[in-house]
Design a protein around this ligand. Structure first.
Ligand code: AR6
Length: 181
């Protein structure tokens, strides 16, 4: 895991790291889930493989989560305490930008409802779901910044983005440069 960039908003930290989100020791990691919370491939598959079947079992009890919404489970054997399952849009289904924004905001709200201090988020929708990586970076970083600007008394001290590949990292870096520039 490597820290790439950091930016302060209202004394809270927005951070960019490169690495495997399943190894992040934060209060909650965010999963890039589908509406049926069937965690097969991508980051979702990795989370269940490492965290254990309990994450899939709790997800099955929740059942269906609409696109643009999120749900929370425990994190099994992962270092984090919780997994927040954010359902981002599949490219081509329509209104994708707003749905991605809502999935991010809902994830942050769920973390605050639980009183969590740190959250780590992958590049939701930008893998198997095919959302453009540059737009994903812009939306995720902007939503985090606005959330921290608008919620001065939030429990969250750290909102982190954890990216896995160089191409995605490049786009997130550009957005962090804009924050700091
Ligand atoms: N740590 C951090 N980021 C990761 C990791 C990891 N271990 N593994 C992949 N990524 P994706 P989606 C990055 O496909 O597009 C699943 O089947 C990856 O490089 O995981 O929202 C679900 O069950 C990419 O940048 O999620 C859904 O059906 C980002 O995570 C569907 O895929 C998201 O890629 C969701 O597709």
């Amino acid at each position: 895991m490597k820290i790439i960039a950091e930016h302060k908003v209202n004394n809270k930290l927005i951070r960019l790291v490169m690495g495997d989100i399943t190894e992040r020791d934060v209060d909650a990691i965010v999963n890039a889930a589908n509406s049926h919370l069937q965690h097969g491939g991508g980051v979702a598959g990795a989370i269940v493989r490492k965290g254990g079947q309990i994450i899939q079992d709790e997800s099955d009890k929740i059942g269906f989560v609409p696109v643009g919404d999120a749900a929370i489970t425990t994190a099994g054997k992962l270092p984090s305490k919780f997994v927040i399952h954010a359902v981002g849009p599949r490219m081509g289904e329509g209104d994708e930008d707003n749905k991605l924004k809502n999935a991010v905001i809902k994830s942050l709200k769920l973390a605050v409802e639980k009183g969590l201090k740190s959250i780590s988020m992958p590049a939701i929708s930008s893998g198997i779901f095919g959302f453009p990586k540059d737009r994903c970076a812009k939306i995720l970083v902007n939503e985090a910044k606005e959330f921290l600007q608008e919620h001065k008394d939030t429990s969250l001290e750290i909102v982190e983005f954890c990216v896995f590949d160089d191409l995605t990292l490049g786009y997130f870096k550009q957005e962090f440069d804009k924050l700091n520039g």
